[in-house]
Design a protein around this ligand. Structure first.
Ligand SMILES: NC(=O)CC[C@H](N)C(=O)O
Length: 398
């Protein structure tokens, strides 16, 4: 099977070096050079391009547990970050098999070329089952991924680099990946044979605070009739309210929520003094929880995949969801008046909250999928219904 990977039987052309000194050898793919970050694993079977361009993955190296990554090629349509030139998203990728030639009508380039252009350092030929078992046992690890086609590495220097990296705890990465200025978003979700649409006749206005927002979230909001104004992470509550939103959205994003909370929490607390419906996803969920007085914790290995079962206590239904988080809200710290609405059926961790009797809620998982099942799309309709109810309009079927 063809591969663009430089192949050396005798010499590895890429390494993963963990902070504990573990060295894993393989074949280099994608960009040359080195990247440092937290090494995690993702169990999704599809959607590698969406995963690697999710800005929530900034500062992380993703091990794909699915062995064949790259076979549907790459295109410019399936990226999830708002500003591709800024390359917010995963810094490295780990694969079992080499990348085969693309076979898909939507493919515009070989995935290896795409990785190179995107500046993602990648490695193939890794026993990803063993690596995943190691990460499950020891927890997500600080690591360096290095790719040199000549096969020359200073392993001691790589070990030191992995050891000396700060790690994600206390790191505010939202400020690195947020939009520099406000912009309007009107693109609606992808439809078979038609591609993406456009919201030409918006009936509501949603302000989305961008901590590293994924495009498909914005598309789903626009698809439900909203004009979306994306604002930078540090926009003040006054400036947000001056836009006269019908609803406010707090986006997903990378890094430690407790670090971003420094400026996000006072802003969210001010927004909560109004009755404007508010919806948060992932980092947005975590910061809403912090604004309400709850605590977030670093998880052992995190949740990254497209096959996680979550229970919605408000309906009793179980949904299969996309997840990508390394921190979680400690459900035991939710104050009185705040209800836990969703929980992970894998480990019981908190996956959602609402303020009793108020139009405010958030979830830890990624209801926009992209990639993943669409079971949780109802949460966008739940948000739209909070806006509709405030305006005296009939509810959509959830
Ligand atoms: N997808 C996200 O928004 C991730 C939130 C946060 N950075 C975490 O890892 O838990």
């Amino acid at each position: 099977m063809a591969s663009t990977a430089p192949w050396s039987e005798t010499r590895p052309t890429a390494l993963i070096v963990l902070a504990d000194g573990t060295v894993i050898e393989g074949r280099g793919l994608g960009a040359g050079g080195q990247a440092v970050g937290e090494l995690c694993f993702n169990t999704a079977l599809t959607g590698y391009e969406e995963i690697l361009t999710d800005p929530s993955y900034a500062g992380q190296i993703v091990t794909f547990t699915f062995p064949h990554i790259g076979n549907v090629g790459a295109n410019d349509e399936d990226i999830e970050d708002l500003h591709p030139a800024a390359r917010a998203g995963a810094v490295g990728a780990v694969f079992r098999a080499d990348i085969s030639n693309p076979s898909n009508y939507r493919s515009a380039s070989h995935f290896d070329e795409w990785l190179k252009r995107r500046g993602i350092v990648a490695i193939a030929g890794v026993d990803t089952r063993a690596l995943t078992a190691l990460l499950r046992e020891k927890g997500a690890a600080n690591a360096v991924i290095a790719h040199n086609p000549d096969g020359v590495f200073d392993v001691d220097a790589l070990k030191a680099k992995a050891r000396e990296w700060s790690g994600l705890v206390d790191l505010d990465l939202a400020k690195e990946v947020t939009s520099g200025q406000s912009q309007t978003w009107t693109e609606t979700p992808w439809v078979w044979d038609e591609g993406y649409g456009n919201q030409d006749e918006p009936t509501t206005h949603i302000v989305a605070v961008d901590y590293g927002a994924k495009r498909n979230i914005l598309r789903l909001l626009a698809g439900l009739g909203a004009k979306v104004t994306i604002v930078p992470a540090k926009t003040s509550a006054d400036d947000i309210l001056a836009l006269r939103p019908d609803g406010i959205f707090l986006s997903n994003g990378p890094g430690d929520p407790a670090a971003t909370a420094e400026y996000a929490v006072p802003m969210i607390q001010q927004l909560l003094k109004t009755e404007i419906p508010l919806f948060g996803i992932c980092l947005g969920h975590q910061m809403l929880a912090l604004a309400l007085g709850a605590k977030t914790v670093k998880m052992h290995q995190g949740h990254h995949g497209a096959n996680h079962p979550v229970k919605d206590f408000t309906t009793g239904k179980v949904e299969i969801v996309s997840m990508n988080h390394g921190f979680a809200v400690d459900g035991d710290t939710l104050p009185q008046g705040v209800e836990e609405t969703h929980v992970s059926l894998f480990d019981g961790s908190n996956c959602g909250l609402t303020i009793t009797g108020r139009p405010v809620f958030s979830v830890q998982h990624h209801p926009e999928a992209s990639p993943g099942p669409q079971d949780s799309h109802y949460l966008f309709r739940r948000f739209a219904n909070l806006i509709r109810s405030r305006r005296g309009e009939p509810a959509l079927a959830e």
